[in-house]
Design a protein. Structure first.
Length: 345
């Protein structure tokens, strides 16, 4: 019942979603420090990485990007502008070229249109990603395998805005000189390239606009639907991690993979909020990325108890790491999708 409501909330309110700030107030910081007394135990790292890190949640798994802050500062700032405003939440992977690139940042997905919506087709489906001013080209780093780069208009080197891509091979010979050179501004860490290549292996279809080579999963059709699309969201993190469930102290964000039963698997984000006592999280219903994968160690939603049970959560405090086991969140406010931290080990 709970996640059915959350799913509908995403569909009906997506057209007017207000991007939440993920900053944590001093009061919240004090409360979480008291509530999670194990935060500083079992440190696995003492400092955050030097370069900015962005974690990408995708239908085929999460991966982390390391940005080239010093080499391409303008492009990095441009990219982070989209990330920090939430403009990349539920972005569609709209282009996939075999053994070349996968590309995103053109469209945001607001959910399947439903017949009983107040205005069917208005507050659902895809919309263009909100654009900011183009960024000056910075072709300093070569477009080698695993780098990420900005897409741009043909014949205009300084036209990059929101669209970016992952180089799936060494594309330096082609992209380092073409159109003034494509700005590679970061790289994929860990097994992120495996995730990108899995997406690249999907069948592509043309649905018009910028999506003439859109990868689709399951039974590909010409009509984009949530069950067929590859979706992504992005947010800053303080350290590189391959953990499935992570709480970021600096942002107050709890990211988790949740098995929601018949509704499927989702990558979900819970944001720390002010509440009357306890440690309270609010589910971001507009940012539930459907998962095609079912990895071991997923959290489970227990509908009879209205609880989310997470086997293990990595707590990251600016690079210092601890782990909580058997974390249980209990839903206390269905209208706002709020959960209280009930217990942990």
């Amino acid at each position: 019942m709970l996640f059915s409501i959350a799913k509908k909330a995403r569909q009906f309110t997506a057209g007017t979603i207000i991007k939440r700030s993920h900053s944590v107030s001093a009061g919240s910081s004090r409360r979480i420090a008291l509530g999670l007394s194990m935060l500083m135990a079992a440190s696995a790292g003492s400092v955050a990485e030097a370069n900015t890190l962005v974690r990408v949640t995708s239908t085929y798994g999460d991966f982390t990007l390391e940005l080239f802050d010093d080499q391409t500062p303008n492009t990095v700032n441009n990219f982070l502008g989209y990330v920090d405003r939430g403009d990349f939440d539920m972005t569609v992977v709209h282009r996939s070229v075999s053994n070349f690139v996968i590309q995103m940042g053109a469209y945001n997905w607001l959910g399947d249109c439903v017949s009983d919506a107040p205005q069917p087709g208005i507050n659902c489906s895809a919309v263009y990603t909100q654009q900011q001013d183009p960024v000056v080209n910075e072709p300093v780093v070569s477009n080698t395998e695993g780098t990420i780069a900005m897409a741009k208009l043909g014949g205009n080197p300084n036209s990059a805005t929101s669209q970016w891509f992952i180089n799936l091979g060494d594309n330096s010979e082609n992209l380092d000189e073409q159109n003034g050179g494509f700005t590679a501004f970061g790289r994929v860490l860990g097994d992120g390239l495996e995730v990108a290549n899995e997406i690249n292996g999907l069948e592509v279809v043309s649905v018009g606009g910028a999506a003439t080579e859109m990868p689709q999963r399951n039974n590909p059709t010409r009509l984009p639907q949530t069950d067929n699309l590859v979706l992504m969201s992005a947010y800053r993190v303080d350290r590189f991690s391959t953990a499935m469930h992570i709480f970021e102290y600096s942002s107050g964000r709890l990211a988790a993979y949740v098995n929601a039963g018949d509704l499927g698997n989702y990558s979900m984000q819970f944001n720390l909020v002010e509440g009357d006592g306890g440690v309270i999280f609010e589910l971001d219903t507009g940012n539930m990325v459907p998962l095609e994968i079912t990895p071991e160690g997923m959290a489970n939603y227990l509908p009879d108890e209205q609880k989310v049970a997470i086997p293990q959560v990595e707590i990251n405090n600016n690079g210092s790491v601890s782990v909580l086991n058997n974390v249980v969140l209990h839903m206390i406010d269905e209208s706002q999708m709020r959960f209280e931290l009930e217990s942990y080990e």
